[in-house]
Design a binder for this molecule. Structure first.
Ligand SMILES: Nc1ncnc2c1ncn2[C@@H]1O[C@H](COP(=O)(O)OP(=O)(O)OP(=O)(O)O)[C@@H](O)[C@H]1O
Ligand SMILES: [Mg+2]
Length: 260
């Protein structure tokens, strides 16, 4: 068996009657970190929802782990979701209970009953995101970055094979966003979790290069970013060397390529 954890062939993605993406074809190898980019409304979140079983696969053939999404019955959707961790831009923590209770809620909802196992697992995931000391805090007492780290910890509770992150740094300032980004990247490197992350954040693409899939004109394609070296050589040909002007042109060209 091949080791692609996601395998999409000729899939159309619909939101109600609107076809958002047509003829989607891509594969992601187990453990790979991949960005998903594209303009507002281009279909990033919709694709994530298909992977998570929130939107059905009406045409084509899609597999996520060992779940065939076309023809997936409703009763199997919870089993699919249990093996996928999701992280959103707006954290989506329950505001009326502590960090610990937020995590406990998810574990109980997914069938954990043994109190000691539950406590142990919560300690583990909070340690993983560097928040062991915030167990009893209420979410509104935490910074945005801390809240997002709780959301990541929550996504990890059931040992998922895939993390789907929909603009996880979208509400964070640049430094905090980079910190959260490092946590997600470390997770993917150290635990082998496959990550698909939608982002509009050009600086993150630049600072943490990885494979990029791009939604554009209803299509999903591989985005090839020029390397800084290639671009610099081209700009030198046009008489531009390092400096303010070069930086400006470089940023503009890179943004054009990434189309965000
Ligand atoms: N629940 C919905 N019902 C109907 N149409 C929707 C729904 N959600 C999204 N759409 C439409 O589907 C298209 C793709 O939206 P989607 O949210 O996937 O884009 P996106 O790339 O995630 O955008 P953003 O960068 O703003 O998050 C848009 O035209 C949007 O209006
Ligand atoms: Mg979106």
């Amino acid at each position: 068996m091949n080791d692609f954890i996601l395998d999409f062939n000729n899939v159309d993605v619909y939101q109600k009657d609107l076809r958002v993406l047509a003829d989607v074809n891509f594969r992601i190898a187990r453990g790979q970190f991949t960005y998903l980019i594209g303009r507002v409304g281009s279909g990033k979140s919709s694709l994530i929802k298909v992977i998570n079983g929130e939107l059905p696969v009406r045409t084509g053939d899609a597999r996520v782990m060992d779940f065939q999404l076309n023809g997936l019955s409703n009763k199997n959707i919870p089993y699919l979701r249990r093996r996928i961790g999701v992280v959103f831009q707006d954290f989506q923590l329950l505001t009326d209970r502590s960090v610990y209770q937020n995590l406990q809620f998810v574990l109980k909802a997914t069938g954990w009953t043994n109190k000691r196992d539950l406590e142990f697992r919560i300690d583990e995931v909070l340690y993983r995101v560097g928040l062991s000391d915030k167990k009893d805090s209420m979410p509104y007492r935490l910074s945005g970055g801390e809240q997002q780290r709780v959301a990541i910890a929550r996504a990890l509770l059931n040992n998922p094979e895939i993390i789907l992150a929909d603009e996880p740094t979208g509400n964070l300032d640049p430094d905090t966003g980079e910190h959260v980004m490092r946590i997600i990247l470390d997770l993917s490197k150290e635990t082998g979790i496959t990550v698909l992350m939608a982002t509009h954040n050009y600086n993150i693409l630049k600072n943490f290069p990885a494979r990029i899939l791009k939604c554009e004109n209803q299509r999903l394609s591989e985005a090839v970013m020029p390397s800084e070296e290639d671009l610099r050589n081209k700009l030198i040909k046009f008489g531009m060397s390092k400096g303010y002007e070069y930086e400006l042109v470089y940023e503009t060209v890179m943004k054009m390529y990434s189309n965000i």
